[in-house]
Design a protein around this ligand. Structure first.
Ligand code: ADP
Ligand code: MG
Length: 240
């Protein structure tokens, strides 16, 4: 579904991604781990073109997305993103947050969008909070609304950038549970996270990044029990 080839990204003379290669199959869950500053967010931001890569290719279903021109908008609709900070519209309630993009961008009739949004809120366990404003929701609830909002565009692939890092520990589980359920349903996902338990349970493949490189990748049981690279071992010994 997604093939990243020799991707590089520089901010002025700072090289943040160096010759990154990564492919993601349909239905696969790829978890990216690695120290702060290693380029994980930049990689995700390149995948949905929030950043323009400096070099290399990103093929989505065989087409280089860096060369899409005007079709970028269509591509972006197929790629959902969930951030560490939930970024909900503060003046819209949960239901309105989820309905907004389908109505505005896809011209879905309000009645249909509303029904669909209610279904999605039910899916993330928040149907009884549909009319609550973000400020009245816990961080975990806001993040689940953000996931429902991403799903409302019916994305082909979902990117998560540390979706639970800003949450109080007791709220992390509900969000991970929703993500686990999505994985089970066959959603294609790239997840940057420090939740190693989630990576072990849910990932088909784990990528370890350091210094802008993909240092190691493999099945979770291999990476976690038998990391080959010294830097992977050091990182894991700190976080596990
Ligand atoms: P991670 O998500 O792994 O913590 P990031 O991708 O956020 O890493 O950042 C990688 C490096 O790129 C860091 O050194 C960061 O300071 C730098 N960086 C990220 N975004 C920008 C930007 N817009 N301008 C300049 N430097 C940036
Ligand atoms: Mg980051």
């Amino acid at each position: 579904m997604l093939q990243i080839k020799n991707l590089s990204k520089c901010f002025e003379d700072l090289e943040v991604l160096r010759a990154v290669n990564l492919s993601v199959e349909k239905g696969e869950v790829v978890v990216i781990i690695g120290p702060s500053g290693s380029g994980k967010s930049t990689l995700l931001r390149c995948v949905n073109l929030l950043e323009n890569p400096t070099g290399g290719e990103i093929l989505y279903q065989g087409e280089d997305i860096t060369q899409l021109g005007k079709k970028v908008t269509d591509y972006r609709k197929q790629v959902g993103m969930v951030f560490q900070r939930f970024n909900l519209f503060p003046l819209k309630n949960a239901l309105e947050n989820v309905m907004y993009a389908p109505v505005k961008l896809n011209k879905v009739p309000v009645k249909d969008a509303k029904e669909q949004a209610m279904d999605l809120l039910r899916k993330v366990g928040l149907e009884n909070r549909a009319h609550a404003y973000p400020s009245a929701l816990s961080g975990g609830q806001q993040q689940r609304v953000a996931i429902a909002r991403a799903l409302a565009m019916k994305p082909e692939i979902l990117l998560f950038d540390e979706p639970t890092s800003a949450l109080d520990p007791e709220l992390v589980g509900d969000v991970l549970e929703v993500m686990k359920q999505l994985a089970k349903e066959g959603m294609t996902m790239i997840v940057v996270t420090h939740e190693m338990g989630f990576a072990k349970d849910v990932a088909d493949r784990v990528i370890f990044m350091d210094g802008g490189f993909v240092v190691e990748e493999g099945a979770p049981q291999d990476i976690f029990t038998n990391p080959k690279n010294e830097r992977t071992r050091t990182f894991l010994s700190r976080v596990l």
